[in-house]
Design a protein. Structure first.
Length: 241
């Protein structure tokens, strides 16, 4: 396993693996994150996984950079990509109809696909969450079918409502909260993937998987009501890699 350390000022160390976006490298990141968290290293404040690296934020008054690096190297020495992290698959209901998909016609015109084909391709695979960023709970997903690739809007919207599902170039994702954005919106989920103030505010972790499940407008409304009453819960299932 190839890796390198980068000191970020006095309070963070970034451990980088191969400089590439791939499932193999990201699995190393996820496994390393899980193994490091399990060590409960005194002085570590936060672990921030990315596509091919993990940044470890720490309190230098509690643990020195040199000592932290020694601890991290010890974890890496005995790390196996498949041993420390078990990914979970979350099925996210999405309505691809009407007002929930304001840019569906753009994607149809650009790709030459029918609406039915777009929905089938978009919901027909499991997406690896490479990292979280940009917004709380915004998942950078890998694995979208290249036939769905559509450029971002020339003029971004000033506000996109939380739950909107869009395509931006070669990627797809869910806007967890209302935000400006330029992705082509093809659907919306009634599920709150980010719940501010909750003990675990983000539904998923980097390294988990998302599967989009098409629902009708009626089903969307029914789920939305259950979410508001706290009667709807997405339970993930472990994935054997």
């Amino acid at each position: 396993m190839i890796y390198s350390f980068l000191q970020n000022a006095d309070t963070a160390i970034t451990v980088s693996f191969k400089n590439e976006i791939s499932k193999e490298v990201n699995e190393n990141v996820s496994s390393f994150t899980a193994a490091a968290e399990a060590e409960n290293i005194r002085g570590v404040i936060e672990y921030i996984p990315a596509f091919s690296s993990l940044t470890v934020v720490y309190n230098p008054c509690v643990i020195s950079s040199a000592r932290l690096k020694r601890r991290l190297k010890g974890i890496l020495k005995h790390l196996k990509a498949s041993s420390s992290f078990t990914p979970v698959l979350y099925e996210i209901p999405v309505c691809y109809d009407g007002e929930f998909a304001p840019d569906m016609s753009n994607v149809i015109n650009h790709t030459g696909l029918t609406k039915k084909e777009i929905i089938s391709l978009h919901s027909g695979r499991d997406y690896l969450i490479y990292m979280l960023g940009f917004l709380p709970g915004f998942a950078y997903l890998g694995g979208m079918d290249s036939r769905l690739s559509t450029p971002r809007l020339e003029t971004p919207r000033l506000e996109i409502t939380g739950g909107s599902v869009g395509i931006g170039g070669d990627q797809t994702g869910i806007y967890p909260v209302s935000s400006p954005g330029g992705w082509q919106l093809i659907g919306k989920t009634p599920v709150q993937v980010y719940r501010k103030g909750s003990e675990s505010p983000i539904l998923y972790r980097a390294g988990d998987y998302i599967r989009f499940v098409p629902v009708s407008e009626q089903e969307y409304t029914e789920i939305e009501k259950k979410v508001a009453l706290g009667e709807y819960e997405i339970k993930g299932q472990e994935v054997n890699r």
